[in-house]
Design a protein around this ligand. Sequence first.
Ligand SMILES: [Ca+2]
Length: 469
Amino acid sequence: MSIDVINTVAPTPFPGILHPVLSLTVVTEATTSDSIWLSWTLPEQGIATHLRIYTDTHQLLVELLWPTPEHQFLGLNPEQTYSYYIVTTDGLAESAPSPLATETTLPIPDTSLYPPTNFTMGAVTTSTIQVSWTPPLQGGATDYIIYWTDAGSTPSVTIPFGSSSYVISNLQAGTPYTAWIVTTDGVNESIIDGVDTKSTLTAQTGAFFSDDFESYTAGAALGTPYVDSFYTTVNGTGGVGGSQSAEIGFLSGIKDPPGFRKSIPTLSDNDEIWVRWRSKFQAGWLFNASTGFKFLRIREQRQDGSHVGYSDFYCAGSVYGDRAPYYYRNEGQGDTSKYSFGDKALHDIDPGTYHTFERYQKYSPIAGQGITRIWFDGELLYENTTEATLQASGNEMIQLLFTTHFNPQTGTAPYYSYNPVTGAIVENLPSGSGAPQNQTLNHDDVDIFTSLSGAPQNTDAAGNIYIGV
Ligand SMILES: [Ca+2]
């Protein structure tokens, strides 16, 4: 008997589908120097029971149970490139491969602690010393630690890595301090590259007059002990050290006399004066003025009271484009041209920031015996030892005038507007107007010494006696 078996066996059921993984990616932020993290979007399961990850050279690395969505390879080499693809499988057959995912492991992190270099102690006051340094490679550093000696102890401050200067505060006046800096990772510290030593300024005694503007009623007009302070109010929201300052409002078009005056003991032959003050021109300040801005004038008169003229320190900011930011002129000496000084790149006014100015003068009618010096932020910018500082023997210096004249834009020469925000310099034709916009100027920490009541006790880098910053 024959049996016809043809068509007696049911067809083998269709084995199902192994869908390929269409998206295989590296989780970039999880990549380290020795690991790579892969993730993928699972396709429809079909008959898949597992996933397999291969290298691009078809070496099977791992078989994972369905539906694992990600996998991390560990123990890899740093800075080496790896490529993977993934397939689905039912344990026998495999789907088509996924797209290739390629990633390079990161370098081994540098955990070294490199020391900052060029550590320098810079600007000083009676209670602060500014320190600066060159930041090193970061390595494992998270912070700096600055140390300084203080009466047998070693205080320190920790500040975030990346900055390059710091002001150590709450120091004692007239005291030498030694300081240094290291980097730290929070546990260990770098070696010390170098130390520096500097003294704070000596606390000044014997000033003829000192004013930090803290004792006045905020918002009130300045008044006594000053005169002609029509445009000056006591600002209660900003100052140096304290909270108040003298704020001069320059209305658009105003010429004369914003600012205020302060009488001084009569100074004559061989007498000396030191005047130190801090000034902040408001952010966006415009210096437009045809011949500069009379910043601190000292008035000279004859013994009969008749007027001689003013010895003028001008502040012109960037009004003249690339020219120097300051001028000196003594009307009593017939100075028709001004002595310009200051480097525009280094010493120009930074509106919105307090700068410290100091002016010294020794009075003599004899050329070569008068002296004028002007400091900007503690740096001597101008020295005149050749010109007489009194027009005649016996003449009297009697009054200081702070910021009393915003020169009108008159004449025929163009003047220049400088916008410190945009840096734009614009040439303008004279209009005869005064201040180009409403703007404010703050003065604080006025200190006046004269040789009549005693000189200040500090000396600058050249050994000149001064009050200092
Ligand atoms: Ca103040």
